[in-house]
Design a binder for this molecule. Structure first.
Ligand code: ASP
Length: 347
């Protein structure tokens, strides 16, 4: 990038916390998040990138296991407020719930025309073998990347260990490897080697319409993950969760579940009461195909919705987003089963 252009490029880093900025507590010996200074002091290279980089730091920073839907709304609000002043956004975030945050932001930020890149690290920035430096620097490069005056990646993404993924397709799958994330049902949007190679056909086109910021999420959702031997009391308790409007049913393989009469009857009763049940697979790759087997045909018949190839994280965020919009049940189903932000494949 031409150096004058780089100078004119403005990126906002939003530091929420996570291992990236953690140090070992001298008393407990556990990792805990500290302020942004630790990060800045350890990456003097940020200045050498030549962009104008501002920082919005959470105080106190969070371990992402404490992430909440209200904070997703706050994060989207910060981006909405600063949207015109910056070319791109880098969110430093704990890896544990990064895929949830990325999924939620993808729905809250409709018609996004600028990069929102989440990254973090498996080892704190102060550790000699840290993966934080590469992750942050390349995330900044991606957030700044433009072609013909337009952002190359106008999406909410996760950048981790040399790969850029669509946020609402990503999953943290490994707690040990530097390669902590994958996206089983959608190709990486870019891979970083000597050059950053963008897969242009996989990246959404920047929308013509202006950014539309949403600010409501409804967390009246529950999860029923089935297993061989699950008992009726457990199923009934989850389906009868007070206030619950929708249940994500995590099924086997391509959307299959037990055909036992008590199980189907429990789901059917809950649906008749008005509960929404969305079927997603426990597999990380592949999709729900209701009706492919006898063990899913019944689910279709009683009115279970298909989550297609949604990740659990995207299904949860999408339900919270759609439930907050008070659509009719019919419309809600249409929206749930259609791609809104590239989060599912349903052709
Ligand atoms: N517990 C940390 C967090 O999610 C883990 C990490 O950042 O990798 O905040």
């Amino acid at each position: 990038m031409h150096s004058n252009r780089r100078k004119a490029t403005r990126i906002l880093i939003i530091y929420t916390g996570g291992t990236v900025g953690m140090v070992v507590d001298s008393q407990s010996g556990a990792l805990k998040p500290i302020g942004f200074r630790e990060i800045r002091d350890n990456i003097p290279e940020i200045v050498r990138l030549g962009f104008e980089v501002d920082v919005h730091a959470f105080n106190p920073p969070l371990d992402s296991s404490n992430m909440q839907p209200a904070i997703w709304v706050d994060l989207a609000g910060i981006i909405g407020k600063k949207y015109d002043g910056y070319d791109g956004f880098v969110i430093l975030h704990g890896s544990d719930t990064m895929a949830f945050t990325a999924s939620a932001l993808s729905f809250l930020l409709e018609n996004l025309g600028k990069p929102v890149i989440l990254t973090g690290s498996q080892l704190p920035i102060g550790e000699i073998r840290t993966d934080a430096r590469e992750n942050i620097i390349t995330a900044l490069e991606i957030a700044a990347a433009r072609k013909g005056g337009k952002a190359l990646v106008p999406e909410v993404c996760i950048y981790f260990d040399y790969q850029l993924f669509r946020g609402n397709r990503s999953k943290k799958y490994n707690a040990e490897k530097f390669e902590a994330f994958y996206s089983m049902n959608y190709p990486p949007l870019a891979e970083a080697g000597i050059n950053i190679k963008y897969q242009r056909e996989a990246i959404v086109k920047a929308p013509e319409a202006p950014l539309k910021l949403h600010s409501k999420l409804d967390n009246q959702v529950a999860v029923l993950k089935i297993f061989p031997g699950i008992n009726a009391a457990t199923v009934d308790a989850i389906l009868a969760t007070p206030g619950c409007k929708a249940v994500i049913l995590e099924t086997f393989g391509s959307g299959n579940a037990s055909t036992e009469a008590w199980f189907i009857a429990a789901l059917q009763k809950a649906i008749a009461r008005g509960l929404i049940i969305v079927n997603i697979t426990q597999c990380d790759g592949g999709a729900v195909e209701l009706g492919r087997y006898e063990t899913s045909a019944q689910l279709l018949k009683i009115g279970v919705w298909s989550g297609h190839d949604l990740t659990f994280e995207a299904a949860l965020a999408k339900l919270m987003f759609l439930l907050a919009q008070k659509h009719s049940r019919k419309r809600l189903r249409e929206l749930m089963e259609t791609s809104l932000r590239g989060e599912l494949t349903n052709d």
